[in-house]
Design a protein around this ligand. Structure first.
Ligand SMILES: [Zn+2]
Length: 423
């Protein structure tokens, strides 16, 4: 192994302790707990190592309040001569704990080479690995060109609007100041994630007319109208989506086509709690709503995705007596796909070959992550996700990250820095 690789091996205990320390700060989102605490922790770590640290609160972003401020950290260390800037971006938030844990979710237990905890894999292990990689590189090569940045950002798990989106709007990902971005999300140490599909979330409501349930012909049942919508989806939309495949290497295979989930349905009178012992009233429902989660392909685009659903609803309006609807967008995410020949891709590819002795697998994410904001708002295309951890463990009980995997991916990251910053 090369000197830099050995230097990372020597930092094993430091890496374990750093990962444990990060897990022990419970940055639950929602609501967005302890963002200030984790930023202060990272600042205390990085400032003594020569980083200029800026703390940025996403004032006015969704969720930002004095009780739950959206704090972000950007740390920058400039080299001894001009060159390019490599930026490691990690989100600091973790999702709720959920049920089924056999370990303390904020304990950071180390057991047989695995560190357990909420966020261990998604993605405090990746954050810790990138810090160790950068520190080892700086010790080995104090004389380097360009700059290194490390950011810890809020709210990725809730869309990133109080995190990377806010920083991108403020110019932090301007291609004039940052040239390469690596997001150490848990995609496995030998895979490079080039991007993600798009998403469109909307609420569809059908309308009816209330009447007595014994004389439904005097009203108009909104739930039956919604049944017609669902039938149209089954007959036309789902088969059409299943026939569309993307050139993007989305994993798992099932996500290499268009998909749609119906998140929720509700029609008629509200559901009363278990304390309510009465009987329901007899009414024809005058409203029914569904929430859809439509994941679309880069080849489809957002406009066509929306138009396809609206056309189905309009067709019902034209053919089904008394049918009427409203559709309201909840959120949208554009697909993002970094070119296979982009410099950060070819650099990390070679680093994986050097460190692991094999070619990487190129993948794309079925969901999305903060690359969308760096791409769309920041206008920076040279961005990938690369980091340790098994994606399938994310958000699960007894989430863990392997110490050896973190060390390997830290070696890949450090080697990538050598390639980019030692011209
Ligand atoms: Zn994540």
């Amino acid at each position: 192994m090369d000197p830099l690789g050995h230097r990372i091996t020597d930092k094993r205990d430091d890496l374990v302790a750093l990962t444990q320390d990060l897990i022990r700060i419970p940055t639950l989102n929602p609501p967005g707990e302890n963002y200030a605490a984790i930023c202060d922790f990272l600042k205390a770590r990085l400032e003594p190592r020569g980083f200029a640290v800026t703390l940025v609160r996403a004032e006015g972003a969704p969720g930002d309040s004095d009780r739950y401020p959206r704090w972000n950290l950007v740390a920058r260390r400039d080299g001894t001569r001009p060159g390019e800037c490599v930026h490691f971006n990690s989100h600091t938030d973790v999702v709720e704990v959920g049920h089924g844990w056999t370990r303390d979710p904020f304990g950071g237990d180390l057991d047989e080479g695995r560190i357990y905890g909420r966020g261990a894999c998604d993605m405090k292990g990746g954050l810790a690995a990138s810090i160790i990689a950068v520190e080892a590189f700086l010790e080995e090569h104090p004389d380097f060109a360009g700059a290194i940045e490390i950011s810890g950002t809020a709210d990725e798990e809730s869309g990133g609007y109080g995190g990377v989106a806010y920083l991108a709007e403020q110019g932090w990902f301007d291609p004039a100041r940052v040239q390469h971005v690596i997001i150490p999300e848990p995609l496995n140490k030998d895979r490079i994630c080039l991007g993600h599909r798009g998403g469109w979330w909307a609420e569809i409501e059908t309308r009816g007319e209330i009447a007595h349930g014994s004389m439904p012909f005097l009203g108009d049942c909104a739930v039956r109208h919604m049944g017609a919508v669902l039938q149209a989806f089954e007959d036309k939309l789902f088969p059409a989506m299943a026939a569309r495949h993307t050139e993007m290497p989305v994993v798992p295979d099932g996500a290499r086509q268009s998909t749609m989930n119906i998140n929720a349905i509700h029609g008629g009178q509200p559901e009363y709690g278990p304390d309510f012992t009465g009987l329901p009233a007899h009414c024809v429902p005058d409203s029914c709503r569904i929430t859809i989660d439509r994941r679309f392909l880069i080849e489809e685009g957002l406009d066509a995705t929306q138009a396809e659903i609206v056309a189905l609803l309009d067709e019902l309006k034209a053919t089904r007596p008394r049918f009427d609807y409203e559709i309201r967008e909840i959120n949208r995410v554009i697909p993002s796909m970094t070119d296979r020949d982009a410099p950060v891709v070819t650099t990390v590819t070679q680093a994986i070959r050097d460190v692991l002795g094999r070619d990487p697998e190129y993948v794309a994410s079925p969901g999305s992550y903060d690359q969308k904001h760096i791409d769309r708002i920041g206008k920076l295309k040279n961005c990938i996700a690369y980091g340790p951890g098994v994606l399938e463990l994310a958000h699960k009980p007894d989430e863990w990250v392997g110490v050896d995997d973190m060390l390997d991916s830290a070696r890949v990251m450090a080697r990538s820095l050598q390639a980019l910053l030692l011209p």
